[in-house]
Design a protein around this ligand. Structure first.
Ligand SMILES: [Zn+2]
Ligand SMILES: [Zn+2]
Length: 56
């Protein structure tokens, strides 16, 4: 029975980026928006956040 050395599990954890939480991508200019700096409006093109905008 061949026993392969199993590689040590290193840091395979998904390193969530907490600073990106809540960010959203403007569907108009594809710009990333920080909800802390702007609530509901794109800082780049001033597009109002709509259902077509997606989370970053
Ligand atoms: Zn925009
Ligand atoms: Zn939109």
């Amino acid at each position: 029975m061949a026993q392969t050395a199993s590689p040590r599990p290193e840091n395979i954890q998904n390193t969530a980026r907490p600073n990106m939480a809540g960010w959203w991508i403007c569907c108009n200019c594809q710009g990333e928006n920080n909800p802390v700096l702007n609530s509901g409006r794109c800082t780049i093109c001033e597009h109002k956040q709509c259902p077509s905008c997606r989370p970053a």
